[in-house]
Design a protein around this ligand. Structure first.
Ligand code: F6P
Length: 341
């Protein structure tokens, strides 16, 4: 058995923990492991190297991914899917483990449909993969958001300002909702619950009237705000995604607050800080469990599956169900956060 392993899409803390778990579990079964460089780009170009227990030693607490990553989509350019399949054979692989979000897993599903023995592992700080309660990277990202909110509270309070904090979250507002809930946000704007600037500014005025001289507003980069139109955000990536940081939603919200409420406003864009640093305990344990479970699925020849966290159990779920859509925020959780606005 020779297992190829790759990490695709945006990085996040916990990827190295998952790679280490794959290699260590594979070693238990005397399987060889090939580390594929830079996501699907490495499969297209045949860029890979053997991984051993020694080569993954010490990577558990380190952010990023020792394999590198990319947003390369082999379904985009003619011939690339064939190259992936040819390299799979040429390098003597007998199974492939793809660690990634919805984009990476959609490629894995296509390859599985074409006959490749593939297993997926769910990671994305956006936490928007269907069929799992948590994805690798989310807990670490949201912990960074909460640390920032704790710090921003003191300066916002000292200056009696509105502090707008823009966080990541392309299609789903999990980072904003859970981060805002845990960090005591006074307003949260997410893609799932359209909310106007009028509504936000009225809320801030009401808070002022209640004697609350400062407010923390957490805004998802993909928040649905009727008054904000995207305009031209430049070219899309291989999977058709625009650069949401170019929307500048936090900046617009802060400007509007100043002109409509008289409050002084500042904006903080947390950006890629959310994707850096050492994984939390939760992400280390989750990544380790999922990496081990992925190798066990390979051992059972259960291809076309992804190990997922349901409650406290790891259960295998068909890739077809995983890539069928996006897991958006549970609006009950958003309502709960609103209790504290
Ligand atoms: O897909 C995860 C994500 O973190 C999104 O929340 C964000 O829009 C995107 O990646 C940014 O990715 P990058 O700047 O690395 O292309």
């Amino acid at each position: 058995m020779k297992i190829g392993v790759l990490t695709g899409g945006g990085d996040c803390p916990g990827l190295n923990a998952a790679i280490r778990a794959v290699v260590r579990r594979a070693t238990c079964y005397k399987y060889d492991v090939l580390g594929i460089k830079n996501g699907w780009a490495g499969m297209i170009r045949g860029n890979m190297e053997p991984l051993t227990s020694k080569s993954v030693s010490g990577i558990l607490p380190i952010g990023g991914t020792m394999l590198g990553t990319s947003r390369t989509n082999p379904m985009k350019r003619e011939g690339d899917m064939n190259r992936v399949q040819e390299n799979f054979k040429a390098f003597g692989m007998t199974a492939l483990i793809a660690i990634g979000g919805d984009d990476t897993l959609s490629v894995a599903y296509k390859l599985f449909q074409l006959g490749m023995p593939v297993v997926g592992v769910p990671k994305t700080m956006d936490n928007d993969i269907l069929e799992t309660d948590y994805c690798i990277g989310f807990d670490s990202a949201v912990t960074t958001v909460v640390e920032a909110l704790d710090k921003l509270h003191t300066t916002a309070s000292a200056h009696h300002r509105a502090m707008v904090v823009e966080v990541m979250g392309r299609d789903a507002g999990w980072v904003a909702t859970v981060g805002g809930l845990a960090g005591g946000a006074d307003f949260i704007m997410i893609p799932e619950a359209s909310c106007s600037l009028d509504e936000l500014c009225q809320h801030l005025k009401n808070r002022l009237a209640r004697g609350k001289s400062f407010s923390i507003i957490v805004v998802s980069e993909g928040a649905q705000i009727p008054e904000i139109h995207n305009g031209d955000l430049g070219k899309t990536d291989d999977f058709g995604h625009i650069r949401l940081d170019r929307r500048g939603v936090g900046e617009t919200v802060a400007r509007e607050i100043e002109s409509r409420t008289g409050l002084e406003a500042r904006v903080v864009v947390l950006g890629h800080l959310q994707r850096g640093g050492s994984p939390t305990v939760f992400d280390r344990v989750l990544a380790t469990r999922l990496g081990v479970a992925a190798v066990d699925l390979v051992r059972e020849s259960k291809f076309g599956y992804v190990p997922m966290l349901r409650g406290n159990q790891i259960v295998p779920v068909e890739l077809a169900r995983v890539v069928a859509g996006t897991r958006t925020v549970d609006l009950d959780l958003y309502e709960l956060a609103k209790v504290f606005f």
